[in-house]
Write a protein that binds this ligand. Structure first.
Ligand SMILES: [Mn+2]
Length: 461
């Protein structure tokens, strides 16, 4: 028999995908910058970059995607390696094919030929071991091989020589969840199937011990607590962001860009310009929505001259004749984007406190600040009780020390703060206390740049 050895893993598989992904509870900028940067990496560098999201699309982003007739990026909650990343898509034979065909595959793959039914479901595997037991059955204990020629042998249907009792796993299953059981069972190879139980590939036990890590680029965040699950099991290759640092450690040096601008979409649009490329109108419109949303139409204190330039650049690419945004201006489009994300009346209180919620940690204190946007702060008065209950529930579910909701009036540019179980040190917050227990933070619209630094400095005193 030919040297029974699989070729090097990299010969047979090509998982060169790179996922570009924003923070959990994605906002429009997280979705837009992931899709924009993935497009640029594909176009500029020929990288197999795939935009992803780590959570449901919020109402504002849904409106933008619908308006631009774009599909949302794929949902990706966890970076732990799955069976699809270790399987090998070996060539197959049918149960009725002559053994000679399996032999050809066997000698190329170094010892395994999958036998697959015409409907795509697995039938069995032909391996060195299955061939041996087949020959033993064929010849009996006393070899009378002179009765059968090699040509005749290779003409026997594959079904006769296949081992049918083979375990299987679904491609999207996390290896970590079943590894212990798999290592106990003494099986060498097993099927990897799709959700419909159809053949995708073969996986060998020893490939499970050191599965290749998923390649991830983080956009619009750099703190692991705000990232998809099992980030530590992934290979982090780049970070592109505009938030405070709280970044994970890596083994290798990575490309790391954190800049003081109003949105990550700004940074992506600058990279487009550096390359001399323009984004297609729909993608430009999406990134423009990310920018206008993060900067409240270029008026928030986080807005820089670079954001204003990015606004002009993206508008030039997006507001073109014959597209859904043909007749828009920055102001008219921005207002529609903000309106699509605002309002409490139509939303479930739990949704209000979780959909744009970020977790933070300082010293031993763990807390969350959620933000919701309204176009009139009076709206909050009708919802104080259910919102407080929802905050309390959030705090308990996530084992936090306290939870805060920042309801921002995007027209008047003020915020009201609702806090449950605030440590006493937060009594010193420099915002006017209201009779209903909330605080009015005048001129405060940015969680990142205005509220969070004040909260952190009090907590760290
Ligand atoms: Mn952002």
């Amino acid at each position: 028999m030919a040297a029974a050895r699989f070729r090097d893993k990299n010969d047979l598989k090509t998982d060169n995908r790179v996922f570009v992904i924003g923070h959990v509870n994605p906002d429009t900028d997280a979705i837009a910058s992931a899709m924009g940067y993935a497009w640029l990496l594909r176009e500029r560098d020929g990288i197999n970059a795939i935009a992803a999201r780590s959570g449901p699309i919020n109402p504002q982003t849904a409106w933008v995607l619908r308006t631009l007739e774009m599909d949302p990026p794929i949902l990706f909650n966890d970076a732990s390696p799955r069976f699809e990343s270790v399987m090998q898509r070996l060539d197959t034979v049918k149960p009725d094919s002559p053994l000679s065909e399996a032999w050809a595959i066997l000698s190329r793959t170094g010892g395994v030929a999958p036998v697959v039914n015409p409907d795509g479901t697995p039938f069995g595997l032909i391996t060195g071991k299955s061939m041996f037991s087949f020959l033993t059955r064929l010849m009996g204990p006393q070899p009378r091989y002179q009765n059968i020629t090699l040509a005749e042998l290779l003409d026997i249907p594959c079904r006769e020589a296949a081992e049918k009792d083979i375990a299987h796993h679904i491609a999207s299953t996390r290896i970590r969840d079943v590894i212990n059981r798999l290592l106990r069972d003494e099986v060498d190879e097993f099927w990897v199937l799709d959700e419909n139980q159809r053949y995708l590939g073969i996986c060998r036990q020893r490939d499970l011990l050191n599965p290749p890590r998923m390649k991830i680029i983080l956009v619009d965040h750099n703190e692991p607590q705000q990232s998809l699950g099992s980030l530590e099991e992934a290979e982090l290759i780049e970070i592109l962001d505009h938030h405070r640092l709280g970044n994970p450690t890596t083994h290798e040096p990575i490309r790391f860009t954190v800049d003081v601008v109003g949105s990550t979409s700004t940074l992506v649009s600058e990279l487009f310009e550096d390359t001399g490329l323009s984004a297609p109108p729909d993608l430009a419109g999406l990134m423009l929505a990310g920018l206008l949303s993060d900067t409240l139409i270029l008026t928030s204190p986080t807005t820089t001259p670079r954001d204003k330039e990015a606004g002009q650049r993206l508008a030039r690419w997006a507001f073109v004749w014959g597209t859904p945004l043909a007749d828009e201006t920055l102001e008219s489009f921005g207002k529609q984007v903000l309106a699509a994300g605002s309002g409490l009346a139509s939303r479930d209180p739990m949704d209000v406190v979780t959909s744009d919620m970020k977790k933070y940690e300082t010293g031993s204190i763990r807390f969350a600040i959620a933000q919701a946007e309204v176009s009139d702060l009076y709206e909050i008065n009708d919802f104080l009780v259910p919102l407080r209950q929802a905050l309390q529930e959030l705090k308990e579910r996530r084992s936090l020390d306290f939870a805060m909701l920042m309801v921002t009036d995007v027209v008047q540019r003020n915020s009201r703060l609702l806090t449950v179980d605030a440590p006493t040190v937060l009594d010193q917050l420099p915002y006017r206390p209201m009779s209903d227990g909330t605080r009015l933070a005048e001129g405060v619209v940015s969680r990142k740049k205005q509220l969070l630094p004040v909260v952190l400095s009090l907590l760290e005193e």
